[in-house]
Design a protein around this ligand. Structure first.
Ligand SMILES: Nc1nc2c(ncn2[C@@H]2O[C@H](COP(=O)(O)OP(=O)(O)OP(=O)(O)O)[C@@H](O)[C@H]2O)c(=O)[nH]1
Ligand SMILES: [Mg+2]
Length: 314
């Protein structure tokens, strides 16, 4: 497991660089291939022309029948060659197109576990990967491991447990945001009333980021600790977050418009002129209820079926 975590971290630390490198190569490859194609076309046309001149010279000494026969072959050869070129061009375009498509979708295979401190990310991470209960401590660095989803396709994602502490998470989110296929945002439903403002600020900072807005990773809000009797329901958490994000959007846009100069890297959350709702985000949003601890803690299973189903649909 340690090895896996270590290796996955190494893989991912270079991913944005790798992604841009591949894209660069793909771009240059396309130009290179088109260059070859044009060069080949020129060579063939020249050869064709040479042949013609040569044959034309011969024409004077040969019979008219032979002459028309050679011309006929030349015509068909040209059609044949043009056919080959069109086919080649199609192959090149297909390779470049699918290369780009494959590159970008393959690069985004990370599922980020985000949320405030103590919301239960590390316990959820362990439950999803190993199924067992562990005693956790405050995370100070990210952990990652390959998670095989419980779908028929059996897709695998790299699950990344990001520490909740603000001074640690900002840099880590920055590192992985471009490769996120989904964000599982873990909320401690038992203290949600106290946390609502911080949760909204964290969500706001992620979903107004221009790279996140462009990639639109799926958002699963995991309302955790449902085993605690005071826990708020997923529905209530959704309503209160929508209200809080609406207020936050008003204050933030007012603050932004009061600033001088352009503000980079930030997009508008939701739809202008309408109260904020999660359905306005450009990605799939789901609220699920779960308990990473489960009713029997060490001895029992977690209650994370809804989360597993959600991950299977990614
Ligand atoms: N009752 C209950 N406790 C839970 C649940 N999930 C996690 N906990 C407990 O909450 C505490 C914090 O859990 P962690 O998984 O360490 O929290 P975290 O989100 O990783 O916290 P940071 O690493 O500081 O960001 C631990 O004592 C867990 O046992 C749950 O579903 N129910
Ligand atoms: Mg943790």
């Amino acid at each position: 497991m340690d090895d896996k975590i270590h290796l996955d971290l190494e893989d991912f630390s270079s991913e944005p660089f790798l992604e841009s490198f591949i894209k660069q190569i793909q771009k240059e490859e396309a130009v290179f291939l088109i260059g070859i194609f044009v060069a080949l076309l020129l060579v063939i046309l020249t050869v064709d022309m040479d042949d013609k001149i040569h044959l034309d010279l011969e024409d004077f000494s040969s019979e008219p029948f032979l002459d028309s026969f050679i011309k006929q072959i030349q015509k068909e050869e040209a059609v044949f060659l043009i056919g080959i070129f069109v086919a080649l061009l199609l192959v090149i375009l297909t390779v470049v197109f699918f290369g780009n498509f494959w590159g970008s979708s393959k690069a985004r295979n990370a599922v980020l576990l985000l949320g405030l401190c103590d919301s239960g990310k590390t316990l959820l991470f362990t439950r999803l990967l190993l199924g067992k209960f562990v005693r956790t401590q405050m995370s100070i660095t990210e952990s990652s491991a390959t998670y095989k989803s419980k779908s028929d396709r059996g897709s695998s994602w790299t699950l990344i447990d990001v520490p909740g502490h603000e001074s640690l998470r900002v840099q880590i989110v920055e590192k992985y945001k471009a490769v996120a296929r989904a964000v599982v945002f873990v909320v401690d439903s038992s203290v949600f009333q106290k946390d609502v403002r911080d949760v909204a600020e964290f969500l706001y900072s992620i979903f107004t980021d221009s790279i996140v807005a462009k990639n639109a990773p799926a958002l699963v809000i995991a309302c955790n600790k449902q085993d605690v009797s005071m826990a708020k329901s997923g529905k209530l958490i959704q309503q209160q977050l929508e209200k809080e994000l609406n207020t936050l959007r008003l204050t933030r846009s007012a603050a932004l418009s009061a600033q001088d100069g352009p503000v980079g890297g930030s997009v508008y959350l939701g739809k202008r002129g309408k109260d904020f709702e999660f359905s306005q985000l450009p990605c799939r949003v789901e609220f699920i209820e779960c308990s990473a601890r489960g009713s029997k803690a060490e001895d029992g299973d977690a209650d994370i079926d809804a989360l597993e189903k959600s991950l299977a649909r990614l």
